[in-house]
Design a protein around this ligand. Structure first.
Ligand code: WAQ
Ligand code: MG
Length: 241
């Protein structure tokens, strides 16, 4: 094994979540990533943090290789019912989708993601405002480099990070979809992620200036929730193909 480390950052302004970030890196890149995460925390449009925690932890198990989702575009004026049809075609009920949209537009942001039952829409994790945080994920560097030259229109840190997370979530048994809106008041594009349909960008998911946002993972009935949370929070995953 290549001496991998998990590096995680979380920043808050008193009780308000400002920014978070996480990646896996070989020992030689810890310095660079700590620097990047510190800058990310202190240049966020949600505010200047009063607290910033950075954790560095050695990974003791082999990384699991996973596949990157393909990017699809929806057009700006896709009517809401078309989007609803698209999302519900994955086995997500309209009730669950409504619950998700309500959660993503609430004033209190989670630090992580909420797990919702794909049929009933009930919240399945008991992590309240914390939510489930997917943490041990990284790209294989040569793979990412090649991808960036193929898709220069998507080659920026925000989309790369979102695609990494969406690919990790889609690789989890029991999760049939993910809906995401950035909590950044200046960024209004979100996405729906799924192992079946890929990473579908959705524009204008909220109004400019709104601080709401978050992530919802839709879980199939009869899924072991503890196992799902352990996979998402602990399993070291490497997007490499
Ligand atoms: N694990 C679980 N949930 C997370 C994680 C994580 N590692 N990181 C962020 N979240 C949740 C948390 O509730 C945040 O408030 C919310 O997601 C949004 O995070 O193709 O920037 O980092 O142009 O603001 C989508 C890009 C960008 C769309 C999403 O999310 C596109 C984005 P942010
Ligand atoms: Mg953000």
């Amino acid at each position: 094994m290549n001496n991998w480390y998990s590096v995680r950052m979380r920043a808050s302004l008193h009780d308000k979540h400002i920014s978070g970030g996480e990646t896996l890196v070989p020992a030689t890149r810890i310095h660079e990533v700590v620097n990047y995460l510190q800058q990310k925390a202190f240049s966020h449009s949600r505010g200047v943090p009063t607290n910033c925690h950075i954790t560095i932890e050695a990974i003791t198990e082999p990384l699991v290789p996973i596949t990157m989702l393909k990017v699809n575009e929806t057009h700006c004026h896709t009517p809401l019912h078309a989007l609803t049809d698209f999302i519900t075609s994955h086995g997500i009920s309209e009730i669950a989708l409504k619950q998700a949209i309500q959660l993503l537009h609430a004033n209190t942001n989670l630090r992580g993601a909420a797990l919702l039952h794909a049929t009933t829409g009930a919240r399945l994790d008991l992590l309240a405002n914390r939510g489930v945080r997917v943490t041990r994920i990284a790209y294989d560097a040569p793979f990412l480099e090649k991808w960036c030259t193929q898709f220069p229109q998507y080659a920026n840190a925000r989309i790369e990070e979102a695609l990494l997370l969406a690919s990790a979530v889609a690789s989890c048994d029991g999760i049939i979809g993910e809906l995401c809106i950035s909590d950044d008041p200046t960024y209004t594009t979100g996405y729906f992620g799924s192992a079946v349909s890929g990473y579908t960008r959705i524009h204008h998911m909220k109004k400019q200036g709104e601080e709401c946002g978050g992530r919802v993972f839709f879980v199939k009935g009869n899924t072991d929730i503890e196992e799902t949370i352990t996979y998402l929070q602990q399993k070291p995953l490497l997007v490499c193909r």
